[in-house]
Design a protein around this ligand. Structure first.
Ligand SMILES: N[C@@H](CCC(=O)N[C@@H](CS)C(=O)NCC(=O)O)C(=O)O
Length: 198
């Protein structure tokens, strides 16, 4: 397998899943501005030009982080990084993945756009503030999003929330989220992911 990634981008969540599971997977760095990687034109792999992109050994290409993470976690079910397919808990985890993708990730995305006026960015920052408030309450008294078990949803939420450092957004008012981030930051797989992407 090959994971096409860009350092620190949303692809880091899929990379964390690979590290958590100890899966054999080559990681291939993509330059998102030129859409090039060491092997050539990334658009020939994924015409949408987005990471994460997973290439299976049989040549199949899988896109969309929330789906890639589920595929990866299903390769090593004994590691319990995602509840078993068909159980209610699986839907709960999918609910989180979808929420993070559509309500958190995609409110962060415009903030990376250097050409977007500051007043437009304020709209997205306000949206994010509401999501932080919600997440801070949901995580209260819990270790991880799903309770005591660390799942792919945590890899995803950790990745997108880690962007606050680069975007100079203050997360400190949301103390539960701060504590949550700190726990995940020190996981061996998280540290290994950082190291491999740098
Ligand atoms: N819908 C995709 C979005 C992925 C995405 O937004 N990737 C960003 C990096 S975080 C990207 O590749 N941006 C470059 C581009 O859109 O051209 C997913 O959920 O995986």
């Amino acid at each position: 397998m090959k994971l096409y990634f860009s350092p620190g981008a949303c692809s880091m969540a899929s990379h964390m899943v690979i590290q958590e599971l100890g899966l054999k997977c080559e990681i291939v760095k993509v330059d998102l501005s030129t859409k090039k990687f060491s092997g050539g034109n990334f658009l020939s792999i994924n015409p949408r030009g987005q990471v994460p992109t997973l290439q299976l050994d049989n040549g199949e290409i899988l896109t969309e982080g929330a789906v890639i993470m589920q595929y990866l976690a299903d390769q090593a079910p004994e590691k319990n990084l995602i509840p078993k397919a068909g159980t209610f808990e699986r839907y709960r985890c999918q609910e989180w993945l979808n929420y993070i993708a559509t309500e958190v990730h995609k409110n962060f995305s415009p903030l990376w756009d250097k050409n977007l006026p500051e007043e437009t960015k304020t709209v997205f920052k306000t949206n994010l503030t509401r999501r932080f408030e919600f997440l801070n309450e949901k995580i209260k008294g819990k270790t991880f999003l799903m309770g005591t078990t660390f799942t792919v949803a945590d890899c995803y939420l950790y990745t997108v929330l880690s962007w606050v450092h680069y975007l100079k957004i203050d997360l400190t008012p949301w103390t539960n989220l701060m504590g949550y981030m700190e726990k995940i930051k020190h996981r061996p797989a998280t540290m290994a992911t950082f190291k491999a992407e740098q």
